[in-house]
Design a protein. Structure first.
Length: 83
């Protein structure tokens, strides 16, 4: 994912985002220049990829339920609800 979004040289940290950044609606781009700059940033794609990386290992990789996406039965549904 880092290569895909060309952010291979990022610094790793050992503390949560919440403790370092204070993200607010007031920080959204307001000027046309700020909006143009951010339009070149793949923010939505990166956030979506991060969400997939957080959710998929629990719900798919470690869960055999994903094998039956196209033809699931009652037992498959019960397993998904159990997860």
């Amino acid at each position: 994912m880092l290569r895909r979004f060309n952010i291979v040289d990022v610094k790793t940290v050992n503390f949560p985002l919440r403790g370092y950044f204070n993200l607010l609606k007031a920080q959204e781009p307001k000027t046309d220049d700020e909006k143009a700059l951010m339009s070149k940033v793949p923010y939505v794609s990166v956030v979506g990829s991060l969400m997939y990386a957080m959710i998929c290992p629990k719900s798919c990789s470690n869960n055999r339920s994903c094998r039956y996406m196209s033809n699931s039965g009652q037992e498959h549904w019960s397993a998904v609800k159990w997860t």
